[in-house]
Design a binder for this molecule. Structure first.
Ligand code: KG4
Ligand code: ZN
Length: 347
């Protein structure tokens, strides 16, 4: 058999996406987002997102196949995100993917969305070297993983004990009056400010908590400290230096993420760090990791932004890895798992 061809389908949150991957080649990639429909509510509304998936599913999957000049009969397998994510959203993608698989008599893989964020880097940087570490940062996840075999086994080295990095940015952004998602607004303002203007705590880096949780993260203290500072200025009727607030927050979060991820690489003898998830679009984090990685002799693989945010290519790429590894397809009766553990690669 030549390189496996996999159709990947994604519907965990506010993107309905489908893509075709052949081996390490991205053949087509279609993303429809309901993000704008959530903006005025300040966060993703599950019911609105589910309805948007139901409307977008057929057009998005059809376009991904048409752009690849294929019909579903031409793919070797279908892969779909089965979790973690919003239950109603997952149900739309998984039901649709199962219907397609049944109609076309194709094997189907229910995959872990977060592991997809790791797998997708192969489309830009090629196969994984041995003992890769992965830092996954998104709206819902901040985790450091040791990738033993992307198709079979991933170990959790560290994770956030409270808020994810993206969540922390989004909450501060809301306080500053930016629309959802606030992360990109903080990024933009941070470029103009002084990163040392405010003293922002760096969670789990010092003292006993730092020693007990060398690779875990905590961003709720960061969020609270910045919020208190901003609210005190507002109460005193003083101007809030938005650029400085954003720059100080972004600097603190980027430096903690970079330091812990690269310390983890040293601990596991890894020469390569993969970065994925929507927050890896953050320019302060990208710059910090590039600089720190270079000075510590670790190759940092951060994909282009279109591959960082949720998409179907990440699902299809992990599907190719599963087919190549000879992993048995999922039982067609598999369920969704909105809290799928990071150690589950496929169901
Ligand atoms: O992975 P993702 O697209 O969705 C989830 O699975 O959560 O990540 C979305 C998160 C949001 O919190 C958003 O504010 C954040 O990524 N984000 C950013 C940037 N672009 C997206 N945060 C900071 N700077 C950015 N440039
Ligand atoms: Zn994601």
């Amino acid at each position: 058999m030549g390189a496996p061809v996999v159709l990947g389908i994604e519907s965990t949150c506010d993107e309905t996406a489908a893509a075709v991957v052949r081996g390490r080649e991205l053949v087509s990639n279609v993303v429809a987002s309901s993000m704008e429909e959530h903006a005025r509510y300040g966060g993703v509304i599950p019911e609105i997102a589910s309805r948007a998936h139901a409307e977008a599913f057929v057009p998005v999957v059809s376009k991904a196949l048409a752009d690849a000049d294929m019909s579903v009969a031409d793919v070797d397998a279908i892969a779909v995100s089965a979790g973690p994510g919003l239950a109603g959203c997952l149900a739309v993608g998984v039901s649709g993917a199962k219907a397609l698989a049944l109609a076309a008599d194709k094997p189907i893989y229910g995959i872990n969305h977060v592991i997809g964020h790791i797998a997708v880097t192969q489309l830009q940087f090629g196969p994984f070297p041995k003992d890769v570490m992965a830092l996954i940062v998104s709206g819902g996840h901040t985790s450091l993983l040791h990738v033993v075999d992307v198709a079979r086994h991933v170990d959790v080295v560290g994770t956030t004990l409270d808020d994810a990095a993206g969540e922390c940015f989004d909450k501060v952004a809301r306080l500053l009056g930016f629309p959802y998602p606030g992360g990109p607004h903080i990024d933009r303002h941070a470029r103009l400010g002084d990163p040392h203007a405010l003293r922002v705590p760096q969670g789990l880096t010092q003292g006993r908590a730092g020693r007990e949780h060398p690779y875990d993260f905590s961003f709720s203290g960061v969020k609270t400290a910045v919020a208190r500072w901003v609210e005190a200025r507002m109460r005193a009727d003083e101007d809030v230096p938005v650029d400085d607030v954003c720059a100080s927050l972004a600097d603190s979060v980027a430096s903690v993420l970079s330091r812990k991820a690269l310390d983890g690489c040293r601990e596991y003898g890894s020469k390569t760090l993969i970065v994925g998830g929507g927050f890896s679009a953050n320019s302060q984090l990208r710059e910090r990791l590039a600089a720190d990685g270079a000075s510590r002799g670790i190759e940092v693989r951060i994909p282009r932004i279109a591959l960082c945010t949720d998409n179907g290519a990440m699902v299809a790429m992990l599907g190719v890895n599963l087919v190549e590894a000879g992993i048995r397809p999922s039982d067609p009766g598999f369920g969704i798992d909105s809290a799928m553990p990071l150690t589950t690669v496929s169901v």
